[in-house]
Design a protein around this ligand. Sequence first.
Ligand code: FES
Length: 302
Amino acid sequence: MQQTIIERLDRIAEDVVSLVLRGAAGPLAPWEPGAHIDLALPNWLTRQYSLCGDPADRDSYRIAARYEPLSRGGSEYIHRFLRRGRALDVSLPRNHFPLVPAPEYLFLAGGIGITPILPMLRAAAGSGTPASLVYAGGTLATMPFADELRSSHGERVRIVPTRQQGRPDLAGLAAALDPAAAVYCCGPASMLAAAEAVFPADRLHTERFHPAVRSFAPNTPFEAVCARSGRTVRVPADESLLEALIHAGHPVASGCREGVCGSCELTVVTGDPEHRDDIGAPAGRMYACVSRALSSRLVLDL
Ligand code: FES
């Protein structure tokens, strides 16, 4: 964890605040566009936010949080109780949404999904690569950073208030795009589904706030062998691997508990994990909050 102090807390759009978190003990850990951090909130909740400032600024991180009336308490706490000057612990940055080299970029953002896209667009434009952004939201008043984008990027950016203009024509954008271009999309599930319907999967990079709706085979019990401690933990069908490990006294970090943030990543030594996350686990890794096992046992580097 890194200790920070809230240096600024500003309302930047309807129901959206931006926070600038200054390192309390000097420079903060480096990060790249697409990265996020966990905020350890004083009400014991841990929530993930994309970094939307400048990666060259090692003194502070910038994030933005939308108030979600149906949230589980994270955004409400940020909006109601956090104030300038408050200390806040944050994790090291993690990046499951990295910018890959491409001859052209199309960025698609919906609402607060603009946050990881901001530094990506800046990096792509700064490198001289052709890049454009289509940024959709209900109304202009609900869309954070719209002015900053217009003034910094001019015609590269198309702002689409959907209540006036309707949803952007993704099929039209796909037809006009360089076949080798990379497409990055972050926004509500409806926008991700629309992007998945028109852009080829090998060119489309997405980041989700919530897991996609999918179905899996019924849970079956399995054993998790903790290679370092030598202990074997039984994971019943009605418990996640994360819960079983914690109940057995093996602390494992966690955040979203929905398979979208990556906090609970474990290294698999042997065995066959059944990946149920929305991140795309790298080889030899799994996310313990949602993923299970296809084999009767997994050996974990724990
Ligand atoms: S806690 Fe977020 S992916 Fe497991």
